[in-house]
Structures are given as C-alpha cells and as structure tokens.
Design a protein around this ligand. Structure first.
Ligand SMILES: Cc1cc2nc3c(=O)[nH]c(=O)nc-3n(C[C@H](O)[C@H](O)[C@H](O)COP(=O)(O)OP(=O)(O)OC[C@H]3O[C@@H](n4cnc5c(N)ncnc54)[C@H](O)[C@@H]3O)c2cc1C
Length: 447
C-alpha cells in the first residue's frame, strides 16, 4: 500500500476483493473524511463509491477506477422526532442505525443480514430485509438524498424534485454519482426483542406456501439444506419472527467484524460433500429441537454477525451466490426444473433460502412481486456449468437476478431478465454522459 499524494485527497493503492472471492484487483483508493475531499479533482479519472465492500459482486471497485470509500461519513445529521425521520451520512452502518434508532424508541424495517453494511450501499443495491413482501426494499424508506456528481455538484433530490435521478440512484449501484447523505423514514419500535419460531418444511414450495399464509409477519424467510437430493430436495426450516418484550440472553452487539478479505482467509474451502451434509443435518436438527427462540433485535436482524464460520468456510476459492425473483406464474415450473438441474449437474450446493418479495424501483434492482430464491454454492468443477444452465432457467421462467449477489452474471442475461435494464442504461447516459462512475460490475454488464 503506497501513498500517491500527501494532500487531503490522498490516494493510495489498495487491493479489493468481492465478498464472494471471485474478483480481486488493485486500484487507487481515496478515503475522504471532509466534504471538500469529495469534490477533489481526481484527475478526471473514473471513480466509484464504496461502502463496506460487502457486495458479493465487484460493485464498488474496478480496473483503473478510483475507489471513494465513504466509511468516515458515518454521522447522524438531523433527527425529526415528530416526523420520525433521520438524516444520516451514507457511510453509517445499518448496525449503528439499528442501535441509534432503538435508543430513540424507533426501528428501521429493512435491514440486510450483516451490521457493517452501509446506508449508501443499501440504497445503491436497493437491498431487502426479512419480509420484503410487507416492507418493500430499502429505497422505499428513503425520503430524500444528497447526491454528488463532479459535473453537477451537490444536489438534494427527492421523488418529486428529480424523479428520474432519484429512481436511477435507488438500485443504481453508485453509477449516477456519490450518495452523500439520505433522509430515512422510521417506525415506532414495536418491542425490544424478536421471538423466532423455527419449523421444519419438506420442500421449497412448502416454504413459499407458509410465507404466503403469513404475509404480515415481522420476519419471514426459510433456509434449505443444499445437500438433500431426490425426494428430500428442499427440506429445511422456516423462520417466522415476531416482535416481543420477552427477555433474551444477550444483545449480540459485540462481534468480530468480517470484511471480504477476512472472509477469504482460509486458503482452501472447508465445504465439501461430507462437511455440508454434516453441518446442514446438525443445523436442521438443532433448530427443530429449539423450536421458538427469543433473540435481541440485533441478533435477529443480523444473523451473520455472530456466525461468520459459514462464509469463512468457503475460504479463498470463494462462493457463488445467485438470487432470483421468480414470478408466481412460473413458480412451480422453476422449482421443478431447479430440482432436476441440481440432480443432473450435482453442484456443491450448500444452502438455499426463500423470501416473498415486492420491489418498486426502476433501475438495476429487481422489481415486481414473487418469491425470492437464493442459492449458495462452493466453487467446484460443476459450478460454471450449473450457473450457465441456471441462467437459461432464469430466462425461461421470467425470473430476475439480483446483480449485487452474482459476480459473473453476463450482460446478455441481465439485459433480457431485468425489466428496467435498457431504460436504466439510457438514463445513465443522461445523468453521467462521460461515464465518470464505473466499476467492474458496470463494465461486465455493459452499462
Ligand atoms: C453477510 C451478508 C449478508 C447480506 N444480507 C443481505 C440481505 O439480507 N439482503 C440484501 O438485499 N442484501 C444482503 N447482502 C448484500 C449487501 O446488503 C449489499 O451488497 C450491499 O450493497 C452492501 O453494502 P456495502 O455498504 O458493503 O456497499 P459496497 O459493497 O461497498 O457497495 C455496493 C454498491 O453500492 C454502491 N455504493 C456504496 N456506497 C455508496 C454511496 N455512498 N454512494 C453511491 N453508491 C454507493 C457501490 O458503488 C456499489 O455499487 C448481504 C451481504 C453479506 C456479506
């Protein structure tokens, strides 16, 4: 790591790695901590904003691109208790947001599974939380934002003042400019803890049915054993969470931070057929045995804070995650053909999960309603073949991929599967005609 300049814009060279471990490269790195640093002349060079770098795909770095890391912009700027809104800098983490809101008797309904993820990263990837059917996605809870672009300066925008830029920025992967701060809508805190009911299910369709029967649940999602095949394919656990004031053991707020680089520390993958079968069997039995558990809101929102071994076991070779929104009309065909594909190619599938989903953004984000399926695979000889046949299944069933999760998704598939891909591309040409904001993701997706 070396410094290229000694002034406030100080650029160093850093090595970046995507959370899934598939893409790693070195590029110039700025860690601004003053507003004037954001305006610094970066030599007219390409740039991209970075939050915590926890996207599975290489969304916040790229070849020849200056990475502007927003971690120092992490303050709460203004709080309107009556309106229940808070204006925060984009580098604030969702863990800090949850803790701050809780102290003020408030909650934020859309929290992704890891506490170090930032507000800027959540808006740019339009992330979802534990019941996206009821709560929508992160951007639904953003009232306004300040966006910086060198050609236009700092602009305060909302859905009324600049609907096009607002829409493109929510789920726009940092390509419309730098999100400096955002005003978020909050809800009253229903209770201090969450009671989580854990029930066995025998198939993916059974979990969709269970989620359909509980559309208003506070937390609703499932986990499925990736090692199960044949008639046991899709067996798993449903998690239904309800706010409660029943006491629980700990707050869960102390945890060892996991970055993309720390995740990849083991030189080899420790997931193989035997360890996956053993760990999944034990996990399923444990959850069934425990039944209902009361957890702190922090533990319930961020299940991966205390439990990093799952991701670290993928080691340096990394994992391949795909997540797709499947419309109800093709749900049964999708699940049937997925089971057949897994049987035929037999990839090292570690786990799957299901949520019900409603997305409203008009960008690279998934939009519309249906069931959200995520699959985590260890990287083996069968992975590439499985994923290319999975892409065909996605197109055939009208599913939409989550570009934050898949670091190899080809532009051709994104263009055909994402309903707003083409209009987003056109809008980008208007908001950033010089394509000043670039990343490995934008290069690969031909944006
Ligand atoms: C353990 C784990 C659990 C997860 N759980 C969920 C989940 O439950 N639901 C879900 O939807 N996702 C989930 N994710 C994915 C994660 O929420 C998203 O990838 C998110 O974008 C990561 O945010 P980040 O702060 O790390 O941003 P980065 O990964 O650094 O960046 C992500 C994108 O946001 C842009 N960006 C970041 N900050 C700014 C800014 N200030 N201005 C403009 N653009 C910006 C970047 O350019 C990039 O395109 C999970 C990831 C992990 C590792």
């Amino acid at each position: 790591m070396g410094r290229a300049s000694g002034d406030a814009t100080a650029l160093r060279t850093s090595r970046f790695i995507s959370f899934d471990g598939a893409v790693a490269l070195s590029s110039l790195h700025q860690r601004p901590d003053r507003y004037r640093h954001l305006e610094a002349d970066l030599g007219g060079g390409k740039r991209i904003a970075r939050g915590a770098g926890l996207s599975y795909s290489a969304a916040s770095f790229g070849e020849g691109v200056v990475v502007q890391e927003m971690s120092s912009f992490n303050r709460v700027l203004a709080f309107d208790r009556d309106q229940r809104t808070v204006r925060v800098e984009a580098g604030l983490t969702v863990g800090d947001l949850l803790v701050w809101a809780g102290r003020n008797g408030l909650s934020f309904p859309v929290l992704p599974g890891y506490p170090l993820i930032t507000v800027g990263g959540c808006i740019a990837a339009d992330v979802h939380g534990k019941n996206p059917l009821r709560d929508g996605t992160f951007s639904d809870w953003v009232g306004s934002m300040t966006v910086f672009h060198p050609a236009q300066g700092f602009r305060s925008i909302d859905r009324a003042s600049d609907p096009e830029l607002f829409a493109a920025t929510c789920g726009g992967f940092g390509l419309t400019g730098l999100i400096v701060d955002a005003t978020l809508r909050l809800l009253p805190l229903p209770a201090s803890n969450v009671s989580v009911r854990q029930e066995p299910v025998e198939s993916l369709l059974e979990s969709v049915e269970a989620l359909r029967r509980n559309p208003e649940v506070d937390f609703g999602y499932s986990w499925h054993d990736g090692a199960a095949r044949g008639s046991r394919f899709g067996r798993g656990i449903m998690f239904f969470g309800t706010w409660t004031d029943e006491p629980c053991a700990g707050t869960g707020r102390s945890y060892r931070p996991m970055t993309s680089a720390l995740r990849a520390r083991f030189p080899l993958s420790l997931w193989n057929r035997a360890t996956v079968a053993m760990a999944n069997g034990a996990f399923r039995r444990l959850k069934i045995h425990r039944g209902t558990e009361t957890k702190s809101s922090f533990d319930a929102a961020f299940p991966f804070a205390a439990q990093t071994l799952y991701h670290r076991f993928f080691g340096r070779p990394g994992l391949a995650e795909v997540q797709v929104l499947v419309p109800d009309a093709s749900l049964e065909r999708f699940v049937g053909e997925l089971a057949a594909l897994v049987d035929r190619v037999d990839p090292l599938l570690v786990m799957m999960s299901v949520k019900r989903f409603l997305g409203r953004q008009r960008s690279l984000a998934m939009s519309g309603s249906g069931s959200l399926f995520a699959l985590d695979l260890a990287r083996t000889g069968a992975t590439a073949r499985f994923l290319s046949e999975f892409d065909a299944l996605v197109l055939d069933t009208g599913a939409q991929p989550n570009v934050a999760k898949d670091s190899r998704l080809p532009a051709r598939i994104a263009a055909m599967a994402l309903p707003h891909y083409e209009s987003f591309r056109r809008r980008l040409a208007e908001c950033d005609p010089e394509h000043l904001y670039r990343s490995e993701l934008s290069r690969r997706l031909e944006l």
